[in-house]
Design a protein around this ligand. Sequence first.
Ligand SMILES: Cc1cc2nc3c(=O)[nH]c(=O)nc-3n(C[C@H](O)[C@H](O)[C@H](O)COP(=O)(O)OP(=O)(O)OC[C@H]3O[C@@H](n4cnc5c(N)ncnc54)[C@H](O)[C@@H]3O)c2cc1C
Ligand code: FES
Length: 343
Amino acid sequence: MSFQVTIQPSGHTFSVAPDETVLSAAIAAGFNLPYGCRNGACGACKGKIVEGKVDYGDHQDATLTEIEKQAGQVLFCCAKPLTDLAIECREVIGNDGIRPRILPARVQKMEKLSHDVMAMYLKLPSNERMQFAAGQYIEFLLKDGKRRAFSLANAPHNDEFLELHLRLVEGGQFTQYVFNEMHEKAILRLEGPFGSFYLREDTDKPIIFIAGGTGFAPIKGIIEHAIHQQHARKIVLYWGARTRQDLYMSALPEQWQATYPHITYIPVLSEPLPEDNWQGRTGLVHQAVLDDYADLSGYQIYCCGAPQMVDTAHVAFQERGMPEDEFFSDAFTFANPVPKVAV
Ligand SMILES: Cc1cc2nc3c(=O)[nH]c(=O)nc-3n(C[C@H](O)[C@H](O)[C@H](O)COP(=O)(O)OP(=O)(O)OC[C@H]3O[C@@H](n4cnc5c(N)ncnc54)[C@H](O)[C@@H]3O)c2cc1C
Ligand code: FES
C-alpha cells in the first residue's frame, strides 16, 4: 500500500510505494529535498515528522540519536512511511527538473593520477547524455545489488565523458576491482545524478572551497562550471592532502590561479615527506581556513571530503559566524552494506 506525504511548509505532496524511502520517492517525484550519502551516514537529509509514523530504517546510530527520534526527527533517506505523513523540511532550489536515471556506461579511459587515485572516464550510449549540475554524484549499481557513490569531476558543458576520481580503499570491494581487474571498455551500470552539492548561483558572495583528497573531484566540476559561466565571484580553494603526491592534480588549480585573477589556490599538506621539499601551508585543511578568516559571515562555503573533516569544519566555521544556510557539503561516507532498492 502506498502512502501520501505532504511537505511543509511548501504543501507539495507525493506518494511513497511500499518499501520505498521518503527521500527516494521525493526524488522520483521531482522534489529536491536536501541529501548527501543516501546511506544513513551523513545526516544531510535529516528532517521532522509533523504527523504520522515511520520505520526509521537502517542508519548509523550517531547520525540519528534516540533523543532526536523522540523529538520527531528522521533521516528521510532511510525512513519508510507506516502511515500517511506530514513532514517538515527545507526544499533545495537550483536543479529543478533533473531526475536520476539508470544507464549503462562504457569505461572509455582509466588514468592513474597517483599511487591511490584513478581517473575514470565513462561514455554513455551514443544517444544519451546525463543532465546534471556540476558537483553532483552518481552511484554504480553492483551485481550484488550494492551501490557505490562517486562524484562527477567534469562540468556539464563538457559532458562527452563523465569523469570520476576514485581513491583506492584498502579492502574495498569496488575500488580494488577498479584498480586491479577492470579494463577499459568494461560496461558498468550507474544511476544519477544525485546530490545537492552544487553551486548556488543566486548570490555574488565570495566562495571558499575546501577539498580533502578526492573531495577535489566535485569541486573541480563546480569551478570549471563557474569559469565557463564567466562568474566573477571571488573563489579561494583550499585543497588538503597528506603528502605532495596526494594533491594528484595540483597543476590544474595552479593554472586556474595563474589565469584568473579572482581564483586563489591554497594547497595544504598534513604530513609532507622530507622529499616533498614542501614550502607551502601545513596542518589540517579546515584549520588553514580558520587561520586565514576571523569572520566567515560574508562567505559561502563548499566542503567535500572525509566525513570527519566535513563535520569538524562545519562546527568550527559556525563558531566563526558562518551562516548555517551558506554551508554546502558532501561527506564521502562509506557505502552501507545493506543493498538499497532503486528509486
Ligand atoms: C556522495 C558521495 C560521493 C563520493 N564521491 C567519491 C569520489 O568522488 N571519490 C572517491 O574516491 N570516493 C568517493 N566517495 C566515497 C566512496 O563511495 C567510498 O569510498 C566507497 O564505499 C568505496 O567503495 P569500495 O567498494 O571500494 O569500498 P567498500 O567495500 O565500501 O569498503 C571496504 C572497507 O573500507 C572502508 N571504507 C570505505 N570507504 C572508505 C573511505 N572513503 N575511507 C576510509 N575507509 C573506507 C569501509 O568501512 C569498509 O570497511 C563518495 C561517497 C559519497 C557518499
Ligand atoms: S544520512 Fe540521509 S542522505 Fe546522508
